[in-house]
Design a protein around this ligand. Structure first.
Ligand code: ACO
Length: 344
């Protein structure tokens, strides 16, 4: 059986930066509080006319322009997102069109902050079945479209961005070793956008009462995230007959630096092995793990073992263990523009 292996990566973040200092002018908070309690210094905010499909397409175009792979070779795109362009139609077909992926199927998958791991697991199974050889998994979210910038409990946390990986059938022994995915629907009310779906369809009342914004019980989510990411990671290691020492790098969902530290402590994995870029981008929901893989790709060497773990709304959570393989030959390319201050 051929393994599903990451062979190319891409990322995209908008150029507008929303700093902690700018947030102090919007809500009752301080730069110190945000940085100390979350680890976030700034986050990126998409333009008004830039929707999730643009972010996802930005990451995929970066991948296609950075590595030696032709768009016609891509057989499918699984888009993990909690902020689709609209409730109907799905966003992935627009992404395929923007990237000229004429031979690819495309569908959306919403498992909130765990979405990328769910999508990666699905793509892995499709490749291991032998039916597909090259699938792009992209995590993208425009969280600024569902954040209430008058609510200090949530507005400090989130940012916009996208990250993409190409998953390929490779006969090398490297690639995804296993994934464990879990859910607990009892957590639904603790982290959600209550309005705009089939339960509370959009109405004048739903808008006036702010049901279209994300709401959360932050401290409950914090505790659940630490316990769940720790326990599912241990299960994923055990399933491979691995100890903590077998893991070279941990790529955790970037929700809060204190959650990340508590998870690495509970796994007995030194913090030097944990990849963190939350200070630059905040919580980009489905995009945090692929953005982190993209940011730190130069550090990963063939044969090293990576542990990916996430927790999010639903509740949903999971862990994936993979062995890093060989990336496709790269093409020189630099897409990032200069940063500007965001206006909300
Ligand atoms: N600035 C200043 N004070 C604040 C702020 C703020 N932005 N937000 C809350 N506070 C206050 C509270 O009102 C409270 O004041 P009180 O003691 O007078 O009542 C105090 O700070 C402590 O509040 P807590 O909620 O206990 O603060 P905590 O240390 O838990 O931090 C936070 C809050 C950052 C939301 C944290 O709970 C968290 O990160 N939770 C996880 C939530 C999350 O990650 N959600 C994203 C989706 S799920 C996921 O990605 C895992």
């Amino acid at each position: 059986m051929k393994n599903a292996t990451i062979t190319a990566l891409g990322g995209y973040v908008p150029t507008s930066v929303l700093s902690n200092e700018a947030l102090t002018k919007m809500v009752d908070t301080s730069e110190e509080w945000i940085e100390k309690r979350t680890g976030i210094k700034e986050r990126r905010i998409a333009e008004f006319d830039q929707s999730t499909s643009h972010l996802a397409a930005g990451a995929i175009k970066d991948l296609l322009q950075s590595y030696d792979v032709h768009p016609s070779e891509i057989e499918g795109v699984i888009l993990a997102t909690a902020t689709p362009d609209s409730l109907l139609a799905p966003t992935a077909p627009t992404v395929c069109q923007l990237c000229e992926l004429d031979n690819a199927f495309g569908f959306d998958l919403n498992s909130a902050c765990s979405g990328f791991l769910y999508a990666l697991t699905m793509a892995t199974s499709m490749i291991e079945s032998g039916r597909y050889k090259k699938i792009i998994v992209v995590g993208a979210d425009k969280m600024s479209s569902i954040v209430d910038y008058n609510d200090r409990n949530t507005c400090i946390l989130f940012g916009d961005g996208a990250g993409a990986v190409l998953l390929e059938a490779i006969e090398s022994g490297n690639g995804v070793l296993n994934s464990i995915l879990r859910t607990d629907g009892k957590g639904t009310e603790s982290l959600l956008v209550p309005g705009g779906g089939s339960k509370y369809p959009a109405s004048a009342e739903s808008l006036i009462s702010g049901k279209h914004y994300i709401k959360q019980d932050g401290s409950l989510v914090f505790k659940k995230a630490v316990a769940a990411m720790g326990s599912v990671s241990r299960d994923a290691l055990t399933a491979n007959d691995f100890d903590s020492e077998d893991i070279d790098w941990v790529i955790p969902h970037q929700a809060n630096i204190r959650i990340i530290k508590a998870v690495s402590d509970s796994l007995n994995i030194p913090f030097e092995k944990v990849k963190v870029n939350i200070e630059k981008y905040g919580n980009t929901t489905s995009a945090t793990i692929p953005l982190c893989l993209w940011d730190f790709k130069e550090d990963f060497k063939e044969g090293q073992n990576l542990l990916l773990t996430a927790f999010g709304a639903g509740f949903t959570w999971g862990a994936t263990v993979l062995t890093w393989g060989v990336l496709r030959p790269s093409k020189s390319h630099n897409y990032q523009g200069n940063c500007v201050e965001a206006t909300i």
